[in-house]
Write a protein that binds this ligand. Structure first.
Ligand code: AHG
Ligand code: MN
Ligand code: MN
Length: 334
C-alpha cells in the first residue's frame, strides 16, 4: 500500500482544493511536530520524569501536572518562530502569548489544550492535545484577547492528537476529517483514515454519571430514557463508556458513533459545564460536524456561540446527529 504522509496530504489539498494556504500548511506541520514531541515525552512515563503534579494552579483553579506544563512549553516553543502566527492562547495560560518581537508576525492565531485528560496521565490511560486555528483580524497590530473571541464557525483548522496504544492525529481544514497515525520508527505521520464519518445512529453514550444528581431536568429525562433500555421509550439497550479524556471519547465516537455529554448542572452557576469553549468544545465541534455529526450546548450549535471570555466554559452535547438533536430538543421543550 502506498503511504501518504501528512506533508503530502497537505500539499495535495493545497494544490487540488486550494483550502490550505502555505502558511496554514506550515502551521499544521509545526503543531503536528510538537504533538510528536509530546507523544515521545508521554511514552517515556516514569523514565522521563514526566509524571506527577507540578503543584501549581492554572487560571481555572486546577492543579497542573508536569505534563500539562511541558506540553504547553513544547507547543509555544515550536510555534513561536515560524512567522505563521500572530498570537497563541492556551488552557494553561491566563493571558494570551504574543509572538516575541525578534520573530515575524503571521496572520493566524492558535489556541490549544496542550494536554487533555490530565487525570489519566499517571495511570497510563489515553490522553491528548486539542488545537484550534483562527484568522487574525485584518490589519491587526498588537494582538489582544478580544481578537481571539471569534465564534467556532470562523475556525480555519482544528485537530486533536491521541497519545494511546497508537498516537494518532485527527485533522480538519473544513474539507472533511482525516486521521494520521504516527510511525514511531520513521517519525512520520501517515494517512490511515480518509473522510471519517460518524454513524447517524448509536447505542453508546459517554457521560460522567457520578454527576447525575446535579443534572438539569432535560438531561435527566434523556438519560432515563437511554437507561430504560429495550423496554423503555427508545426500545433498545444502550452501553456506557467514559474515559475522562475527551479526545479519547471523541475518537471512539468518530469511529463507531455515540453521544458525548458534559452538561452544565445545578452546582456552581459561574461554571456552566466543565469543558472550555475555545480549547475543547469549538475544535472538537468543528471536527464532529465535518464528520457528519452534531455539537450543541443544549440550545444552539456550539460553533455559533459568540465567546465572551477566553477561558469560558460551555455545556457540551456532541456526536451522532440523531442523539444530539434529541437531547437538544428536550432542552428547547423545557
Ligand atoms: P483537562 O485534562 O484538559 O482539564 O480536560 C479534562 C476534561 C475532558 O477531557 C474530560 O472529558 C473531562 O474533563 C473529564 O471530567 P471528569 O473528571 O468529570 O470525568
Ligand atoms: Mn481538556
Ligand atoms: Mn488540559
Amino acid at each position: 500500500m502506498k503511504r501518504i504522509s501528512l506533508t503530502q496530504y497537505l500539499v495535495e489539498e493545497q494544490r487540488e482544493h486550494n483550502t490550505i494556504p502555505a502558511e496554514l500548511r506550515l502551521l499544521i506541520e509545526v503543531v503536528a511536530r510538537a504533538c510528536k514531541t509530546i507523544s515521545h515525552a508521554v511514552g517515556k512515563g516514569a523514565l522521563g520524569e514526566v509524571l506527577g503534579s507540578a503543584d501549581i494552579e492554572n487560571v481555572q483553579g486546577e492543579v497542573q501536572k508536569k505534563l500539562d506544563i511541558l506540553s504547553n512549553e513544547i507547543l509555544l516553543e515550536a510555534n513561536e518562530w515560524g512567522g505563521h502566527l500572530a498570537a497563541m492562547a492556551s488552557e494553561e495560560m491566563e493571558t494570551i502569548h504574543r509572538i516575541p518581537h525578534r520573530y515575524p508576525q503571521g496572520e493566524y492565531m492558535l489556541l490549544f489544550d496542550p494536554l487533555d485528560g490530565s487525570s489519566n496521565i499517571d495511570v497510563n490511560v489515553s490522553i491528548g492535545t486539542i488545537f484550534s486555528v483562527l484568522k487574525a483580524p485584518e490589519g491587526l497590530g498588537v494582538p489582544t484577547e478580544a481578537d481571539f473571541l471569534q465564534p467556532g464557525s470562523k475556525q480555519v483548522a482544528a485537530g486533536y492528537a491521541v497519545y494511546g496504544p497508537q498516537t494518532v492525529l485527527v485533522l480538519t481544514t473544513g474539507n472533511g476529517v482525516n486521521c494520521f497515525t504516527l510511525d514511531r520508527e520513521m517519525g512520520s505521520w501517515v494517512l490511515t483514515q480518509r473522510n471519517m464519518q460518524i454513524p447517524l445512529e448509536t447505542k453508546e453514550y459517554a457521560v460522567n454519571a457520578s454527576n447525575a444528581r446535579h443534572w438539569h431536568a432535560p438531561v435527566t429525562r434523556y438519560m432515563d430514557e437511554l437507561q430504560a433500555g429495550v423496554t423503555g421509550p427508545r426500545g433498545k439497550d444502550f452501553n456506557m463508556r467514559w474515559i475522562a479524556s475527551m479526545v479519547a471519547d471523541v475518537h471512539r465516537i468518530l469511529n463507531r458513533g455515540g453521544i458525548f455529554m458534559y452538561p452544565a448542572d445545578m452546582r456552581d452557576p459561574s461554571k456552566p459545564g466543565r469543558l472550555r469553549l475555545m480549547y475543547e468544545a469549538n475544535p472538537i465541534a468543528f471536527i464532529v460536524e465535518q464528520a457528519g455529526g452534531a455539537a450543541t450546548n443544549g440550545q444552539i450549535r456550539i460553533m455559533d456561540i459568540k465567546p465572551e471570555l477566553l477561558h469560558q466554559r460551555v455545556p457540551v452535547f456532541l456526536g451522532s446527529k440523531q442523539e444530539v438533536d434529541l437531547v437538544t430538543s428536550y432542552h428547547k421543550e423545557a
